[in-house]
Design a protein around this ligand. Sequence first.
Ligand SMILES: [Fe+2]
Length: 152
Amino acid sequence: METKDILKNLGHLCQVDIDAVASYEQAIDNVTDANIKQKLEHFKNDHERHITEISKHIRTHGGQPPEYKPGMKGFVLKGFTAIRSAAGTEAALNAMKSNEYTTNKHYSEAMNWDWPDEIMNVVKNNYDDEKHHLDYIESTLRDRPWETQPRP
Ligand SMILES: [Fe+2]
């Protein structure tokens, strides 16, 4: 892959992770179940780590990573907007399920590209995280643990 394509494709993946962080911030605000909230915090941290690692590789190849500030509310990619109107744990999880489909799709496509080895490792590790995020959200929506806990 040529350097200009490495930079373009890494910039795109970085933006996917930035949008994921912004959507997790809003989801976490809407979730009342403490265990689920903690899990979503962990997933948000995974996405922040992805941003840091991808940004490092963008700089190594002479590029400038997309701007990211914690607390950013804007969504650049389509598919991340449903969370704005999601109230309550189930609605927030449903919105994040659709967001994680999007991140998984982008990373799954990126697995087929001809990256340099060190970047391929990053893409693969990040994709493993994404699969885990989606698995957790889907199984939690099936098991509905918030229904079996006493209301505050
Ligand atoms: Fe994710």
